[in-house]
Each structure stands twice: as C-alpha cells, then as structure tokens.
Write a protein that binds this ligand. Structure first.
Ligand SMILES: Nc1ncnc2c1ncn2[C@@H]1O[C@H](COP(=O)(O)OP(=O)(O)OP(=O)(O)O)[C@@H](O)[C@H]1O
Length: 333
C-alpha cells in the first residue's frame, strides 16, 4: 500500500545569531491511511519542526534544505503555496499543543468556530448552528452548545482541546491529522480522555494521525507504530509493542527507564544526564553518543544508518549486526 505521507530524508535548519543549526537531520518516516503513528522524543528533538516542515509553516529563520515531503504522491516542498493552502487544514489537520493560545481570547467561541470551518472547508455548510451542535456532540461536548457565545477563557483546557479537535478532525474531514503534543497542558485524566477521543475518531473516520509527544505512555495508549527521534535524527522505528517490550536503541531504553511507575517505589528512577542540543550542520557521529552509556569510538565518528532490525529499524552502531536482544546492548551499562 502506498503511504499517505512519505517524508524522505528531510533536513531542516534554523538560522540564529549568524549560526545555522540543524533541527531535523535527514529524517524519513511514512504514514499510511488510517494509521496512528507516534513521534516521540524529548523536548528539542525536532518533532514539531518536522511536522511544520511538511505543512510549510516554519518561521522565516528556518529552511527546509533537502528532502521530499510526499503527500498522496505530491511533493509539498516543491508544490508551491497554492497547493499548500489547499492541503493545510483541509487534507492535513492540525491539533495544536496549547488550545488556549490557539484561539483569540477576545472573540466569542461561536464566531471562531465558524471562521475556522469556513477556512478549512469552504463548501461546508458549517455556518448553521445545527451543524456546529452536531460537531460538538461528536466529540462529547454536547453540554456546551448553549455557551458558545462565551469567550475561550470561560471553557476548560480540555473543552477547548475537544473543540479544536472537532474542528480539525470532524469539521474539516482531513485524511491526516497532526496532533502536536495535544495533551501537554492538560491534567492526566483529561489527557487520557483526549487520547481516547483521537482513537475513536480514527476508528470512526478512518483518519490517519501523527501523534507527537515526549510521553511514551501516551504514545502506547494511542499509536500503532512509533518513531523515536533524538536531536533531529530518527533513531528507532517499530510497532508500539516492540518499542515497549524490546527497545533496541539506548535512547529508547533511557526514555522507557524514565517512565514513573516502571520501577519499584524504593528504587531511584534512572535519570538521563544532559539534554538535547541542536547540533551544528557539520556534526559527525551518532547524536546520542555524548549521553550514551555504551558509546564507543565509532559512535562519535560515524553517523549510524537506520537499518532493519527485528520488528522495525534502528540506527545504532552497538546494535548487534544481524539482530540480537536488548540484553546484548546492556552488558556495558
Ligand atoms: N524559531 C526557532 N528559531 C531557532 N531555533 C529553533 C526555533 N524553533 C525551534 N528551534 C530549535 O530547533 C530544535 C528542534 O525544536 P522543535 O521545537 O522542533 O523540537 P520538539 O522536539 O518539537 O520540542 P518541543 O517538544 O519542546 O516542541 C531545538 O533545538 C530548538 O531550539
């Protein structure tokens, strides 16, 4: 089956204070129709930059230097602004990180819903209040239909996020939805409800979803397949079970180790020292090597390729050629 989205060797840089830094380094990933794909990695690993590169929504100091961004066979990188406008919102929806800042605080919610729906799908009869009510019911917001003349701050964060999902996924009827850390600002119970809602919408509408998160537990609840990203590189890919049960890359293992509750209460939680930094354009070696407990010389010298491994792909010089088990990697820890 042809992928709906195929990102091939994407490289995106930012220019800041006269220096160019690479935020996404030759990353490739695919999404098939109806599939929920997670991109996981800590803050600064390039997840949002990758999505915004696809949508052509990067800030002026950013540049997509190379790569192909094929959506339904059309390269969005070279297709031009008119094509991008017709794809954004209509073919590829976006659920943002912070619902509160995605809406105007000084405009009544009903007006904003109408405006967004008109923008996303011009032929949609969404101007009628009945359509808006139907939309809200679909995402469990039937109770707020009488309050739509209120302002955003009069709704909870969870309600606003449901509202934005209703517009992006149900109202606009895209084929693909980018959900960029949509639960970051929500408390855990509301976040769990939002994940459930996304999963239900995928099942009902056959929507493909790219779910970006730094939280592997959310990814486990929602996704079929996962890409692990570190400092601009995709370091591992696999179906969600194999990533959890048999993580192959040392960074994936460190991410899993940092999940609270995977250890007994008296056992200190392992902490991964340091942080992701965006690296210079001419960097060499594995991006994770400076923080990796089992890195050897070659890890600092040569960039590992993403190669097939049992149940997925991994980019690690220490992963045993021809397969192996995670314990093979653990010997030096
Ligand atoms: N507008 C910008 N100007 C310069 N550098 C930027 C800009 N936006 C992002 N970056 C840098 O690009 C790198 C990747 O950032 P990005 O936001 O894509 O990561 P992320 O994984 O999505 O993190 P987060 O979860 O915090 O959003 C980081 O080093 C970040 O500092």
């Amino acid at each position: 089956m042809e992928p709906l989205l195929e990102v091939d060797s994407l490289r995106t840089t930012y220019r800041r204070q006269g220096r160019t830094r690479t935020a996404v380094r030759d990353a490739s990933f695919v999404v098939h129709a109806g599939e929920v794909v997670g991109i996981v990695g800590e803050s600064g690993s390039g997840k949002s930059t990758a999505l915004m590169s696809v949508l052509g929504l990067l800030p002026p100091n950013a540049e997509v230097v190379s790569g192909r961004l094929l959506f339904d066979g059309v390269d969005l990188r070279t297709a031009g602004e008119a094509v991008l406008r017709s794809v954004r919102g209509r073919e590829i929806g976006l659920v943002p990180q912070r619902p509160m800042t995605s809406l105007s605080p000084v405009t009544r919610v009903r007006r904003q819903i109408r405006r967004l729906l008109r923008h996303h799908r011009s032929e949609d009869p969404a101007r009628s209040d009945a359509t808006i009510a139907d939309l809200l019911h679909r995402v469990g917001l039937g109770g707020v239909t009488g309050r739509l003349d209120n302002y955003p701050h009069q709704f909870s964060g969870g309600q606003l996020q449901r509202l934005l999902i209703a517009i992006a996924a149900v109202g606009a009827r895209p084929r693909l939805l980018f959900a960029d850390e949509p639960t970051t600002t929500l408390d855990p119970t509301v976040a769990a409800q939002i994940l459930r809602l996304l999963r239900d919408l995928r099942d009902e509408l056959g929507l493909a979803i790219v779910f970006v998160s730094h939280d592997l537990r959310s990814v486990a609840q929602l996704c079929d397949r996962v890409y692990v990203m570190y400092a601009g590189d995709i370091v591992e890919e696999g179906d969600v079970r194999s990533i959890f049960d048999e993580p192959r890359h040392p960074y994936t293992r460190a991410l899993l180790d940092s999940i609270p509750g995977r250890h007994t209460p008296l056992e200190p939680m392992p902490v991964l020292a340091g942080s992701v930094s965006s690296l210079p354009e001419d960097r060499r070696g594995c991006s994770f090597a400076p923080r990796c407990a089992i890195a050897v010389e070659v890890c600092h010298e040569n960039t590992p390729e993403l190669l097939p491994a049992a149940g997925g792909q991994v980019a690690c010089h220490r992963y045993p050629a021809g397969g192996g088990t995670p314990s093979d990697l653990g010997e030096d820890r």
